[in-house]
Design a protein around this ligand. Structure first.
Ligand SMILES: [Zn+2]
Length: 262
């Protein structure tokens, strides 16, 4: 029957469309904010972000790095990813291992959309500096493994992306030394909107833009778990575009396939 045949064809076509990976559709980035450059960062000995360390990334005037902590969260992370994709910009997501294990589909979506996946401990103790050293190390390592397993299906000895951010920036010299020995780079941030405080998306936009206009560059910290941030993000990215700011995407060096010489 022609009608049935047509319906079958339509169903096949729909299934094909739905099964297509997220990046299959070419995206027109003309007139969008866009990622202006990719900055490859060696994690070994890396400690950046002036709210945590004396130094930060080598960014030019009006260059910003976007970072999102504490996800993934099904209620808000998809909206954050959509806003970033609409403006063709890439960010770094420091995920909590427990959340990654609960929502591996979202972790894989973060990767599929070309973002960098960093780590933020297993359960987000506030802070790792306030618990015994051994427990803190276990928290960090469990977080690596949970994120890795969610993202790639397996976890190696060293995370593929060796970037870590301390919850609440609560580090100790011993933990920093441990990560340094492990070859894990530590990210702080240069400023934020304080999006853990309840405020409207407009208030948050105003606050973060005022800080950005003061700092002119830097690593910006947001939380992709916050609804107010997800709603603010399209406005923020539009403001960056209007005011001539450029987004830099931080990535680790390519993964070594052969054993590295010591
Ligand atoms: Zn956090």
């Amino acid at each position: 029957m022609p009608n049935l045949a047509r319906r079958v064809l339509l169903a096949v076509a729909l299934c094909t469309l739905m099964a297509a990976p997220a990046l299959a559709m070419p995206q027109d980035c003309t007139g969008k904010l866009g990622t202006s450059r990719v900055l490859e960062v060696d994690p070994v000995g890396l400690q950046v972000g002036t709210k945590h360390f004396p130094q930060t990334l080598d960014l030019a005037d009006k260059e910003v790095v976007l970072t999102f902590d504490d996800g993934p969260h099904p209620g808000t992370t998809p909206a954050v990813l959509k806003a970033l994709a609409r403006e063709c910009v890439h960010a770094t997501f420091f995920t909590i291992g427990r959340n990654a294990a609960a929502h591996p589909d979202l972790v894989r979506l973060i990767l599929a959309e070309g973002h960098t996946l960093g780590h933020h401990s297993m359960t987000h103790p506030m802070t790792l500096a306030d618990i015994p050293y051994d427990k803190a190390v276990t928290e960090i390592e469990k977080g690596f493994r949970a994120d890795e397993k969610a993202a790639y299906g397996s976890a190696g000895v060293r995370p593929r992306v060796a970037f870590f951010r301390f919850p609440g920036f609560g580090s100790t010299p011993e933990l920093l030394d441990y990560l340094k020995q492990r070859g894990i780079g530590v990210f702080g941030a240069d400023f934020w909107a304080g999006d853990w405080n309840p405020m409207t998306p407009e208030e948050q936009l105003h606050l973060v833009m005022a800080r950005l206009e003061h700092e002119h560059r830097g690593i910006i910290l947001f939380h992709d778990t916050r609804d107010q941030t997800a709603r603010m993000l399209p406005l923020f990215l539009a403001a960056l575009r209007e005011k001539g700011y450029r987004v830099v995407h931080v990535v680790p060096p390519p993964v070594q396939t052969a054993a590295a010489p010591h």
